[in-house]
Design a protein around this ligand. Structure first.
Ligand SMILES: Cc1cc2nc3c(=O)[nH]c(=O)nc-3n(C[C@H](O)[C@H](O)[C@H](O)COP(=O)(O)OP(=O)(O)OC[C@H]3O[C@@H](n4cnc5c(N)ncnc54)[C@H](O)[C@@H]3O)c2cc1C
Length: 389
């Protein structure tokens, strides 16, 4: 039985506890605990989003009431809960939020009303197009351009690693508009999936099931009202969105860790080695202790970041980077130990530990690789100590 005692921590209110329990019941019934090996990945991902829509779950990441209604603790609980069942489902849920975050945070009420209801109902899938072949960690060096036309904008360039590319009805695209060099010359745009000039160049096959592709904008004309915020605000919009979602990546990692530990404990309690349950070997007890400790530390950092943003209404650059860095790195170790505890079975297709081992890997790279998080945390620490960084 999963340990849910952390829900009694002071970060949470009664409505958070109720949400976590209800979502867990829903996921048990609708997603299931098995390994997910989709035959038709795109169809399966579309189906999951429709299921979320029917269950009215997407409103957690796409709230009707606008940015004030974004509750990071609830988003973290949702990602953590879903990750215990399926990495694929968790990823599809998260993308509905990441791909609309810029609209929720910076769109006018009219733009929100035009684009968000279809996303909330699961009829439209979203994508967040920031990375480029030569601009991943260093997004400020992006070269995709947006040039003003008489009645709108013209986009040209290539984006890569775009989750949901090909099945998305709505893309948030960051492009250089040239108000200033580097980060201050980027703007954010809404582009619909069927907009002429937007095409899929190459579908990318990743180790864990994930709809992701390289896309191209060629003479892609969009209306003037598809600019989000002001020209030159794109980088700020991207960073503000990541500020909300970065700690929730920690929560997804936490969900993977919790599932891994649950399975590891179950195996250790029932597998007989030398006429005794495996758990009775002290070396295994040490592993379980380290895993439980890593999980509680990840949870404390993740929910501290979420609580700070929700309750103190502060920017959480340092807290969310710490949560993302620690929880994703710790999850990799927890899952690796789970594979070890399962022995040969742990590397077998169809075993959850093997699936988790593949699911966790990308979280240490996307939304800022672990090294980038360390750069951010060190600068924040220097600033907090009064140094000019
Ligand atoms: C599964 C998956 C889904 C993704 N989804 C999206 C998406 O939906 N939208 C989107 O825009 N992007 C997405 N990305 C892209 C992701 O954000 C980038 O892969 C990431 O930012 C790293 O960029 P890069 O791959 O170009 O690596 P690079 O920038 O080439 O970096 C390679 C490595 O160098 C190291 N490194 C980088 N910078 C530093 C530094 N300052 N100091 C020390 N070491 C450093 C890190 O180890 C890093 O992993 C996704 C990626 C993956 C794997």
């Amino acid at each position: 039985m999963p340990d849910t005692s952390y829900l009694n921590w002071p970060f949470f209110e009664d409505h958070h506890r109720e949400y976590a329990h209800k979502l867990d019941e829903w996921a048990k019934e609708n997603i299931g605990t098995d390994v997910h090996e989709p035959e038709d990945l795109e169809a399966e991902c579309i189906h999951i989003v429709r299921q979320f829509g029917e269950a009215d779950i997407i409103k957690t990441v796409v709230p009707e009431a606008g940015p004030e209604a974004l509750d990071v603790r609830t988003i973290c609980l949702a990602r953590e809960t879903l990750a215990r069942y399926s990495g694929m489902a968790e990823g599809m849920f998260a993308m509905q939020g990441l791909g609309t975050g810029p609209i929720t945070l910076f769109g006018t009420p009219e733009i929100r009303e035009q684009f968000l209801p279809q996303v909330r109902s699961g009829q439209s899938i979203t994508a967040f197009a920031l990375s480029e072949p030569e601009a991943g960690s260093d997004v400020a060096s992006m070269t995709t351009t947006a040039v003003r036309t008489d009645d709108g904008w013209k986009l040209d360039g290539v984006k890569t690693w775009i989750s949901n590319a090909g099945i998305a009805g709505l893309y948030i695209v960051f492009a250089r508009t040239g108000e200033a060099p580097g980060a201050r010359g980027i703007s954010a745009f809404i582009v619909e999936g069927d907009n002429p000039g937007l095409s899929i160049v190459q579908k990318i096959d990743t180790m864990a099931p994930h709809v992701i592709a390289k896309i191209k904008f060629e003479n892609c004309l969009i209306p003037a009202d598809r600019l989000l915020g002001e020209p030159g605000q794109g980088f700020k919009i991207a960073m503000a969105t990541l500020d909300v979602f970065r700690s929730t990546v920690g929560a997804a990692a936490l969900g993977f860790s919790r599932r891994a530990l649950d399975d590891a404990m179950q195996r250790a309690a029932t597998r007989m080695v030398m006429q005794r349950p495996l758990f009775e070997q002290q070396l295994i007890q040490g592993k379980i202790a380290d895993m439980a400790l890593a999980i509680d530390t990840s949870a404390l950092l993740t929910y501290r970041a979420a609580w700070t943003r929700d309750v103190l209404k502060q920017r959480v650059t340092r807290e969310s980077s710490m949560a993302k860095l620690y929880a994703t790195e710790a999850a990799q170790k927890v899952i690796d130990e789970t594979v070890q505890i399962f022995g040969g079975l742990g590397v077998t297709k169809g075993n959850k530990a093997e699936e988790l081992y593949r699911d966790i890997r990308a979280l240490r790279i996307y939304e800022g690789a672990s090294e980038v998080q360390r750069v951010i945390i060190s600068r924040q620490a220097m600033r907090a100590a009064g140094y000019d960084y």
